[in-house]
Ligand binder design. Structure first.
Ligand code: CP
Ligand code: NVA
Length: 322
């Protein structure tokens, strides 16, 4: 839902937060009378953020909780199974209640219609922490990692190989196009990206100087690319493991496939990796891999995102390095 300018400002803000990790915009104002000699920040009330999981998570859970704490806020994490969501309370009623307690709601869930219903009934901002269709927070971290490496995302070629018709493939298309990158997806015909996502990404790319393409040929997609990314072949909630493994085998990111990219290319993977399936040990642990920097950048980008949504703190566009 963000604009291209907001995306650039967010990444610049995340880079500021990476170097100055302890600014605390989510610590609310102090109570009216602060006794002499008392640091007012000690008396300030933290803003709260609800972080809800309906699917498993390691990085998203940790990075939101740690990030909100570092911002001076209060993270309230819960799994749907331990709440009334698991007993049938509607997502809309949950949104109405949580909006009375917290300043933002972060949720990882299944259907995109479910997060849309939550957002429709919520009076506070709602952040998508992964759905079946999208993983936008991951893309903020990925674009930040690319910016750190190359100075900017615009004009760079990003190849995503593997399960293209899924949350990561879709978010690479949309976020990459918004950033003005040339996004090339390669995967089996069996799992192509959704037509409406591809159409939106094509329009975004045209408006921002990039391009998008989809092929079944991994070498064509990777040829000369600056960034090569992949993701698991069996996402949370998916089955038919055997047929997926067979269809996706030609897209395994190994040294031979990576050799088609530019010499300076970096490798990204949102993690968790299934070593030996979509990526080999040599590539994961090799000199071109930036996967752990990328995982760290989840923390900084999500801090920037929440600080923006809750306190409106974002550097002005003219201060963002081009
Ligand atoms: N990349 C990512 O979202 O990881 P988790 O599933 O561990 O949160
Ligand atoms: N596509 C993967 C991403 C995990 C972060 C999944 O949805 O399981």
């Amino acid at each position: 839902d963000i604009t291209a300018d907001e995306q650039r400002r967010l990444i610049a803000f995340a880079r500021e937060l990476k170097t100055d990790r302890y600014t605390r915009p989510l610590l609310g104002g102090p109570p009216p009378a602060v006794p002499d000699g008392i640091d007012s920040r000690l008396l300030a009330t933290p803003r709260s953020v609800a972080v809800i999981f309906e699917k498993e998570s390691t990085r998203t859970r940790m990075s939101f909780q740690v990030g909100i704490t570092e911002l001076g806020g209060n993270a309230v994490l819960f799994d749907a199974q331990s709440s009334h969501l698991a007993r049938g309370e509607s997502i809309e009623d949950t949104a109405r209640v949580l909006s009375r307690y917290v300043d933002a709601i972060v949720i990882r869930t299944f259907a995109d219609a479910r997060i849309a219903a939550l957002a429709g009934a919520s009076s506070v901002p709602v952040v998508n922490a992964l759905t079946d269709g999208y993983h936008p927070c991951q893309l903020l971290a990925d674009l930040m990692t690319i910016t750190e490496e190359f100075g900017a995302v615009a004009g760079r070629t990003i190849a995503f190989v593997g399960d293209t018709g899924n949350n990561m493939g879709h978010s690479y298309l949309l976020a990459g196009a918004l950033a003005g990158a040339h996004v090339r997806l390669a995967g089996p015909d069996l799992h192509p990206p959704a037509g409406d996502v591809l159409r939106s990404a094509t329009e975004l790319a045209a408006a921002h100087g990039g391009s998008v393409s989809v092929t079944t040929d991994p070498i064509a997609a990777i040829d000369g690319a600056d960034v090569v990314a992949t993701d698991t072949w069996l996402s949370m909630g998916q089955d038919n493991r055997e047929s997926r493994m067979a269809a996706l085998a030609p897209y395994r990111l190994d040294e031979r496939l990576l050799a088609n990219a530019a010499e300076h290319a970096i490798v990204l993977h949102c993690l968790p990796a299934h070593r030996g399936e979509e990526i080999t040990d040599e590539v994961m642990d090799g000199p071109q891999s930036r996967v752990f920097e990328q995982a760290e950048n989840r923390l900084h980008t999500q801090k920037a995102l929440l600080a923006w949504l809750i306190t409106d703190a974002l550097p002005p566009l003219e201060e963002v390095p081009t």
